[in-house]
Design a protein around this ligand. Structure first.
Ligand SMILES: Nc1ncnc2c1ncn2[C@@H]1O[C@H](COP(=O)(O)OP(=O)(O)OP(=O)(O)O)[C@@H](O)[C@H]1O
Ligand SMILES: [Mg+2]
Length: 234
């Protein structure tokens, strides 16, 4: 049964992937997207996952973010072995423990910045009376206090990603997972978004970030390199 968050102490990992594999069977051929990957992420860490296109970064992130299930191996999140979780348990743990940020922002179109950030609160235990203030505070923190009522299609790429970051943070997750969050941004805007991640990390947030940009990966404390689905160094 899934109960509390932040049950891990400083010394135990927030996230553990144990020998996870992902296969895709296409007729007679098997594509191995991730091969026997093991990874532990500790509270307060900033980890970058790097590797060439097709090396399995997104597949690995989707599995550790409980958006996809491993073909083999297991994911332990805050001490909870998620292997036999049913879909509703996975949805609960995702909503409370994980903030996911995508390259393509994945905001609701024609919906205001504020309502995009409120959405995860509607699946939480936060009283409805507090939703607005919490979301406004979060959007202000990411620098969008002046765009609360703009629809997402009225925002620049950098602003959309700030809304997505506010949405990912709103339920105070244990871990932030970001898959190429600067991939659709120009380099200046991308650097600003990376500075925001760095700021969040100095505030204590645990972050795992996928990038194929080695310069961007340098700001992380630790680099995990994937090659052909295998972790070749940590
Ligand atoms: N649904 C799927 N069915 C079949 N093969 C897949 C599927 N998803 C991913 N793959 C394959 O798994 C491998 C890893 O893909 P993945 O998307 O994880 O790479 P990536 O490192 O994120 O690449 P990029 O940097 O281009 O985003 C690729 O060879 C890809 O073709
Ligand atoms: Mg990818």
């Amino acid at each position: 049964m899934y109960t509390s968050k932040n049950s891990s102490s400083k010394n135990s990992p927030i996230l553990e992937a144990r020998n996870i594999c992902k296969y895709y069977d296409m007729g007679d051929t098997r594509i191995t997207a991730v091969k026997n990957a093991s990874l532990s992420v500790y509270p307060g860490e900033f980890v970058a996952i790097v590797g060439k296109s097709g090396s399995g970064k997104s597949t690995l992130m989707h599995m550790i973010g409980l958006l996809d299930t491993p073909s083999e191996g297991e994911i332990v999140l805050n001490g909870h072995l998620t292997k036999n979780f049913k879909e509703n348990q996975l949805a609960n743990i995702r909503n409370s423990e994980i903030g996911f940020i995508f390259q393509a922002f994945n905001l609701l179109q024609r919906t205001t910045a504020l309502d995009n950030v409120i959405l995860p609160l509607t699946y939480s235990n936060v009283p409805k009376a507090d939703w607005n203030k919490k979301a406004i505070d979060m959007l202000t923190m990411v620098g969008l206090g002046n765009r609360l009522y703009n629809r997402s299609n009225e925002l620049s790429g950098g602003q959309k990603q700030r809304v997505a970051i506010a949405r990912a943070l709103i339920n105070n997750p244990s871990i932030i997972l970001a898959d190429e969050p600067t991939g659709n941004l120009d380099s200046k805007t991308g650097t600003e978004i990376m500075e925001l991640f760095l700021h969040l990390n100095t505030q204590g947030k645990t972050i795992v970030l996928v990038t194929h940009d080695d310069d961007l990966a340098e700001i992380a404390q630790r680099k995990v390199v994937l090659r052909d689905g295998e972790i070749i160094n940590q």
